[in-house]
Design a protein around this ligand. Structure first.
Ligand code: PFF
Length: 460
């Protein structure tokens, strides 16, 4: 099979396998669950513009850097830095492993909600939107759904790279896209949808603050699975002949495209149901969509609603698989232990770490009101705190360090050489020149300053 570099580690069977798996990692709850509520918290169109700017101008170069580091070294997120002769930088890989563990701990909880909603929609329980608080407060039920989700994730990761990940993404990603496109078309026919579109697409630049820029930056990294070495790990399975620029472009366009369509659909539904301005937070899609499915009709609405949440769960699954793969690849490569056993131990550990997130939805006050930021009025829950730390702070911080590492430590020239193996002329092209410039100056400056300023304002 072309593309396999080291048969003992496995590899993607061809280029499209890598693109699909990386796009499967990127497309998930981040696009459909997180993006709309972040847009809503961030004030609408201005957030969307910032998000798009971050994706195309900063994340794109950082994505190429991650894939190139992975392919060059053929290693996991930590070993890649050691292999390249920069042992001290393996701390950056360890930050990535920690971030992956933290993200998966709450991601798995939300994936459990999606699974629960699939069943409830098939059963025609359209009132669930109004009872979302009670639904997530039922932690025993959440425990059941989330443990099912984690077991399936563990099972797929245990089977190795090309077997599990590739097959799943090939069938399910296109189905999800078709369903969201159809729902978007339907949402736009609803009365009042135009106001939602205006809110979503017409930016109010007065709404831009450091806090919203920080949110948009974190969202861009989260959505692209960037800044924690997931793409270093996946990049390590990419063949030398593959073209990193075109692969990365495809992943970026797929991910941003799906988030964009999902956002359009959501805000058309939010405004047509008169639910704007209610600050839905993490519950936004779960409170709004059941009503939208109900409006489709009692039978068809059940079927479409059920399938929607089934496909959302599968999209989440291709992401949880990649999240688990990061710590597992690290432990298996570096400590030379058996893959199967490691997957179970790491997976179950992360599942347990997610339990406080389940209990922090009203069940246990300590986890529900976990931290008080100096910049906000109300305390935030354990889950929100982990999400803030991991996705909004550690991912951009990882992106910042990966840019500095690639441009200044590994060096721009070596990065260029690695990309040029499958893409001759990269260094002289406009994209090549921009990428190096962005990694050297733009990304370190922008990512570094937004992170520092916002973290200081949150805690001091
Ligand atoms: N990109 C995923 C999503 O948008 O749902 C989340 C994610 C997966 C983040 C894998 C980070 C990662 F390594």
């Amino acid at each position: 099979m072309a593309g396999i570099k080291d048969s003992s580690r496995g590899g993607f069977s061809n280029k499209i396998g890598f693109v699909l798996a990386a796009a499967g990692s990127a497309v998930g709850l981040g696009n459909i669950w997180k993006f709309p509520f972040e847009v809503s918290d961030g004030g609408g169109g201005a957030f969307v513009v910032m998000y798009l700017a971050f994706c195309f101008m900063l994340c794109f170069p950082v994505m190429m850097a991650e894939v190139a580091i992975g392919r060059k070294t053929n290693k996991n997120a930590v070993g890649a830095f050691t292999e390249n002769g920069h042992r001290a930088w393996s701390a950056l890989g360890k930050l990535g492993v920690l971030t992956g563990i933290l993200i998966l701990s709450f991601y798995n909880v939300v994936a459990g909600w999606a699974l629960g909603f699939a069943i409830e929609m098939f059963a025609g329980n359209f009132e669930l939107g109004q009872n979302f608080g009670a639904f997530i407060g039922n932690w025993q039920l959440n425990l059941v759904f989330s443990s099912i989700f984690m077991v399936v994730t563990i099972y797929i990761v245990a089977k190795g790279v090309s077997g599990g990940i590739e097959k799943a993404s090939k069938i399910l990603m296109p189905s999800l896209l078709i369903l969201i496109l159809s729902l978007m078309a339907y949402s736009l026919t609803q009365e009042g949808a135009v106001d939602g579109v205006v809110y979503y697409l017409v930016p109010d630049f007065n709404a831009i603050t450091f806090e919203t820029a920080y949110g948009a930056m974190g969202q861009a990294f989260f959505s692209l699975s960037l800044g924690m070495g997931a793409l270093i790990t996946y990049g390590s399975y990419v063949g030398k002949k593959d073209n990193i620029v075109t692969s990365t472009t495809m992943i970026l366009l797929t991910d941003v495209g799906i988030a964009f369509i999902a956002g359009l659909m959501m805000f058309a539904f939010v405004f047509s149901q008169g639910l704007q301005g209610q600050g839905g937070g993490a519950g936004l899609i779960f409170t709004v969509l059941p009503g939208a499915f109900e409006s489709i009709g009692p039978v068809l609405g059940r079927v479409i609603g059920g399938f929607f949440f089934v496909l959302l769960s599968f999209a989440a699954l291709t992401s949880t698989v990649s999240l688990l793969e990061v710590p597992v690849a690290y432990v298996v490569d570096e400590y030379e232990v058996r893959r199967e056993r490691t997957v179970w131990i790491v997976g179950v550990g992360i599942f347990l770490l997610g339990i406080p997130s389940m209990l922090g939805n009203g069940t246990v006050p300590f986890f529900t009101e976990f931290v008080q930021y100096s910049s906000s009025e109300n305390p935030v829950s354990f889950m929100d705190f982990i999400e803030d730390m991991a996705s909004d702070t550690f991912l951009p911080l990882g992106g910042f360090l990966i840019s500095v590492y690639t441009a200044w430590v590994w060096r721009g020239d070596n990065f260029k050489k690695e990309v040029e193996i499958g893409n001759p002329g990269f260094g002289d092209s406009l994209i090549g020149k921009y990428t190096i410039f962005a990694l050297k100056y733009l990304a370190p400056f922008i990512l570094g300053s937004i992170t520092v300023i916002t973290v200081l304002s949150k805690f001091f």
